[in-house]
Design a protein around this ligand. Structure first.
Ligand code: MG
Length: 361
């Protein structure tokens, strides 16, 4: 079984005992969680469910807003259709998608197909989603019982999925949970094998979400494991917990954006500091108001910012120096340190004094 977990959430998937491959996929990227059950057979179902999960993660809103989550499901739908048309996977592939985004005790959901979301609310198991399947329609119409639907030959015929209808609309709604509640997302590999009452027992008895995932998958395997089984369990805690905990590797984009911003600022800041430090190590002499002035830094400006600091105004007259030196002093004579600049200033002073002395050439 592949599994990802933390103290307040866990997800796991298992191929089961009958299927050759696993076409389910799931996502645990707090505060976003999802399961997807791919349809279309080997090399198609798993492509569809993986595309749906990946696209959901990219397109998910920043806040637990069910309408925005529903729009993300539509983006995932378009991505699955586009993939089939461009030869990724196969035409006719599709997937269910049941996604939840949690903000404190508020849960936004988007749902398509016959995977399910449940809430263990004050110990009572509530089914949050309605299956989009032929047998579920028959149960709602009263022509089939829940128990009969479980063994009906058309139990796997779903009436809404991602990957076929470009105008598909996901069920999107919000639910208020309570601290201590437990959210369950599962594909029909669990719910087709294990009755709700037993799911409630196992979900309620497990000390942690990871234990709940393991015991639910084990129960479905013992019941025959006739389909891929995928389970995500999340404990609903106080209002701030999910957002303030360390995140999974699939972190939401705002976090990555912040990281990029900090990295960019660090680079800009680092470059600015490097320029400043370089300038501080440099020095130059320049002619100002007819005398030689010593500066720390570099002449001119970088990006509109001056990187020079006046160190000392000498009494050396520029016109007392030779024409080449005085011309060079017009634009600045650069040296590698303030000490070198001071040494050069002293040399200029001596030359100026010599040229001013009587009898000099
Ligand atoms: Mg299935």
């Amino acid at each position: 079984m592949s599994a990802r977990r933390d103290t307040w959430y866990a997800g796991g998937t298992e191929t089961g005992l009958v299927r050759a491959g696993n076409e389910d996929a799931y996502l645990v990227a707090p505060p976003l969680y999802a399961v997807a059950d791919g349809l279309g057979g080997h090399l198609a179902g798993e492509v569809a469910s993986t595309i749906a999960i990946d696209t959901l993660l990219d397109a998910a809103p920043r806040a637990a807003d069910c309408k925005a989550l529903g729009r993300a499901a539509r983006v995932a739908n378009a991505a699955v259709i586009e993939a089939a048309e461009s030869g990724r996977g196969r035409s006719g592939m599709g997937t269910t998608l049941t996604a939840a985004m949690i903000d404190g005790t508020r849960i936004a959901l988007a749902h398509v197909g016959d995977s399910r979301a449940y809430l263990l609310h004050f110990g009572q198991l509530e089914r949050l989603t309605q299956d989009h399947s032929m047998v579920a329609d028959m149960v709602r119409q009263g022509t089939l019982t829940e128990a009969e639907s479980r063994v009906h030959p058309n139990r796997s015929v779903i009436t809404r999925a991602l990957g076929s209808d470009p105008n598909m609309v996901a069920d999107a709604f919000e639910v208020d949970a309570a601290p201590g509640d437990r959210l369950l997302l599962a594909t029909d590999g669990l719910t087709g094998m294990v009755e709700d009452a037993r799911i409630a027992e196992l979900l309620g008895a497990a000390p942690s979400p990871a234990d709940a995932v393991a015991s639910l998958i084990e129960e479905a395997m013992e019941a025959g494991g006739s389909d891929n089984i995928t389970v995500v369990v999340v404990d609903i805690a106080s209002a701030s917990q999910p957002a303030s905990q360390p995140r999974d590797s699939a972190a939401p984009r705002w976090w990555l954006r912040l990281l990029w911003l900090l990295a960019a600022l660090a680079i800009i800041g680092g470059a600015a500091y490097a320029a400043y430090a370089y300038a501080r190590s440099q020095a130059y002499l320049i002619s100002e108001n007819g005398v030689v002035v010593v500066y720390e830094g570099v002449p001119g400006s970088v990006g509109g910012v001056s990187l020079s600091w006046r160190s000392r105004v000498t009494t050396v007259p520029v016109d007392a120096l030779d024409p080449i030196t005085s011309a060079r002093l017009g634009s600045g004579v650069r040296v590698d340190s303030l000490a070198e600049a001071e040494a050069l200033a002293r040399a200029y002073a001596e030359r100026a004094a010599a040229s001013a002395a009587p009898g000099s050439p």
